[in-house]
Ligand binder design. Structure first.
Ligand code: PXP
Length: 240
């Protein structure tokens, strides 16, 4: 089964636009799980413009599924937060300061020593580690050498090509990367720009995916379709 982890950053963004506590991020985390999500993802950034560090601490106790915290481990504040909160999984992303959204995977060869150290730190704390990578065989092989438990395939390129009508070509590098990762004993997650149109095909090509994390498109759909219905629609894309 491929798990759907719902990224609730956008709910915090909406709240932050007005001050106050509407919508309530903790309630949203409770509700996405009640509506069928298999996990909750948050991506705290150093400027706390979406999810705040206080949100992350507040969400942990209400998790009944899986808690995934994504972020840039070059920020000591992020590392301290993850070690304090101890989510089920940390996903390490090579974001630069002030980046709008994640837009590249790790160079697992150039940063091999650094990644090995960080991954060992989180694993010693009992936290599963996933690292964000592009669908490039060398990067997947490099990832396996870092000791990470999983990789998260960065799916923006897939989404773009899928939308342009080239679905086989869009999926091909991901299928190759996922097969190689599996051969090397790595677990495989995927995320970024997945939506209710491109998700099913991606899953059909890589049925052994362990988890997808989806935020932007799912929360946008929820405005029209409702959060519970939307989560159920996304879950159905992962059945076939
Ligand atoms: N995975 C990572 C590493 C991300 O940074 C993001 C965006 O925060 C996502 C997945 C989810 O992407 P989207 O919001 O496009 O679904």
């Amino acid at each position: 089964m491929t798990k759907l982890s719902v990224n609730i950053n956008k709910i915090a963004t909406l709240r932050n636009s007005r001050g106050g506590n509407n919508p309530d991020v903790i309630k949203a985390a409770i509700d996405v799980q009640r509506f069928g999500a298999d996990g909750v993802t948050v991506h705290p950034r150093p400027d706390e413009r979406h999810i705040t560090y206080a949100d992350v601490r507040g969400i942990k106790p209400i998790i009944t599924t899986e808690f995934n915290i994504e972020g840039n481990c070059r920020e000591q504040k992020f590392v301290d937060l993850v070690l304090e909160v101890k989510p089920h999984q940390v996903t390490l992303v090579p974001d630069a300061q002030g980046q709008l959204t994640s837009d590249h995977g790790w160079d697992t060869i150039a940063h091999a020593n650094y990644l090995r150290e960080m991954i060992a730190l989180f694993k010693q704390a009992g936290i599963r580690v996933s690292i964000f990578v592009d669908p490039v065989l060398r990067m997947v092989e490099g990832a396996a050498a870092t000791g990470t438990d999983r990789i998260e395939l960065y799916t923006e390129a897939y989404a773009r090509q899928f939308a342009a009508g080239n679905r086989e070509a869009a999926a091909a590098p991901y299928v190759a990367a996922a097969r190689r990762a599996r051969e090397l004993g790595l677990g495989i997650n995927a995320g970024h720009d997945l939506d209710r149109f491109n998700l099913q095909y991606f899953h059909q090509q890589i049925p052994f995916l362990q988890e997808v994390s989806i935020g932007h498109a799912l929360i946008c759909d929820a405005l029209y379709l409702g959060l519970e219905n939307t989560i159920q629609i996304y879950k159905r894309q992962l059945i076939s």
